[in-house]
Design a protein around this ligand. Structure first.
Ligand code: CIR
Length: 256
């Protein structure tokens, strides 16, 4: 079961977005004009799937702030504002909370808990929460208790590769995960159908299933071929500049 979503929240990339956090090195530094163009195409893709997209203004004080997914976890009942694991990203949540408060009652993750939305994957009524460099056990536990109070189940998994859990695992069809080899044999994930991305295309695991379509990063032909088995149309989007900053298609919006 998945929610048909009607809204998304995104944020304009800031002119200094290339000074955000990253583990990557590229010959060509991240390019603002290209990032804006790719971001616009992303917003238009969501709009073409029927979503009303609120695009918040850039926040140059927080060059990673367009990766809004990390700042909240939204269920039917709540908007849980996170406490991002990277200290330099914590100030991103205020403006997100102000928007989300229009749509959901707000709950918050409190110190010393840390949690990034990129570590939280909803599959049916279960939430997998990745314990990563950004999300700690305290943050996961706080989120888990909020989820339990609304009847959801949850569990944690250790993230050893990639920045976030959703860098490696995403839902692409009912009970179907697009998954990297690192997670394919994980005991908690065996109940699902798993489409394994080839190692050289690991980045493409960050594919977004939204309203019976898949948004997938352009340039990953083997993954594209495998996604045909879901039966959903795939929209390929160029993510070259977000990728340079460790970001992908799920990171760039909150859908609800
Ligand atoms: C960061 O390191 O926090 C950003 N440069 C990238 C965040 C990507 N977010 C995500 O995968 N949910």
């Amino acid at each position: 079961m998945t929610m048909k979503v009607t809204r998304a929240l995104a944020r304009e990339p800031a002119g200094n977005f290339a000074s955000g956090l990253t583990t990557m090195t590229f010959a060509q530094p991240a390019d603002y004009d290209l990032m804006r163009k790719q971001h616009r195409a992303y917003v238009e893709a969501l709009q073409s799937l029927g979503l009303e997209v609120t695009v918040m203004p850039a926040e140059p004080d927080y060059p990673d702030a367009h990766f809004v997914e990390d700042t909240a976890v939204i269920t039917r009942e709540w908007a849980v504002v996170t406490r991002p694991g990277a200290g330099v990203r914590r100030g991103e949540t205020d403006s997100v909370e102000a928007v989300l408060a229009r749509y959901r009652p707000i709950r918050r993750i409190h110190a010393p808990g840390t949690l990034d939305g990129g570590d939280v994957l909803m599959v049916g009524s279960h939430f997998f929460i990745g314990l990563s460099e950004r999300t700690n056990a305290g943050g996961a536990d706080q989120l888990g208790r909020i989820l339990e109070s609304s009847g959801y189940t949850w569990s944690t998994l250790r993230v050893r590769e990639g920045l976030h859990f959703k860098s490696s695992v995403n839902v692409v069809a009912p009970d179907t995960l697009l998954i990297t080899q690192d997670f394919a044999a994980h005991p908690q994930l065996q109940a699902f159908k798993r489409i394994v991305v080839p190692p050289e295309e690991a980045y493409a695991a960050n594919t977004l299933w939204v309203n019976e379509h898949l948004l997938s990063p352009a340039g990953y032909p083997r993954t594209l071929e495998k996604l045909a088995q879901t039966g959903f149309p795939v929209v390929e989007l160029d993510t070259s500049e977000a990728r340079k900053m460790d970001g992908g298609l799920t990171c760039l919006s909150l859908r609800f």
